[in-house]
Design a binder for this molecule. Sequence first.
Ligand SMILES: Cc1cc2nc3c(=O)[nH]c(=O)nc-3n(C[C@H](O)[C@H](O)[C@H](O)COP(=O)(O)O)c2cc1C
Length: 198
Amino acid sequence: MDVIEAMETCIAMRYLKEDPIPKADLERLVYAATRASSPGNSQEWDFIILTEAAVKAEIGDAIWTAVAPMFETLTAGAAGVEGRMYSGAAHLAKNFAKVPAWILGCARKNYPPQAPTEAFMHSTIYPAGQNLIVAARSMGLGTTFTTFQTEAESVIRTTLAVPQDVHLCVLIAVGYPEKPFGRVRRKPVEDVTHWNHW
Ligand SMILES: Cc1cc2nc3c(=O)[nH]c(=O)nc-3n(C[C@H](O)[C@H](O)[C@H](O)COP(=O)(O)O)c2cc1C
């Protein structure tokens, strides 16, 4: 698949089949992620792949307990595209353990060496995450970026034995899509492009 076509159809896929994903394909996603650029080629990233049912159940329960009240309010108050986004996000969180794989993108705050910042840490993990979701799309896999890890950080740290200096930056759902890959809807290029001055 052409890389632009993969980007054009790399929608947040919140409805995923339970079918397991071959280990080699999950490793290929990490391979794609780690081909990304990073500040000073620091590569301060790590990826924890969650496929074990018991681990997903423990983390999923903690996340759903934390987010259920918020989603009740959000889904009641929204309609149209926004409503579908919230109900899809609620479905994903509620069915956390049924998602075949979650990839937790982690990073260390080590760049620049003389004065490390969180900004550089996030600028390390997000290009890698974008590589991962586009590669997944090219392989016929659906993904959704989430920040669900922020809702149950202490449970995740304990369950997965994550070192204290490692930040939990993004939690990406991966699975075969239950719905067709639509096209992403984004602002037109001419609305956001500025030639030579603002
Ligand atoms: C940093 C980041 C955090 C996100 N967090 C969530 C999330 O917690 N739950 C969710 O369902 N989608 C999440 N998304 C997905 C966006 O909501 C989604 O990409 C956006 O609404 C556009 O939809 P589309 O990609 O399907 O076109 C996140 C995306 C990014 C980049």
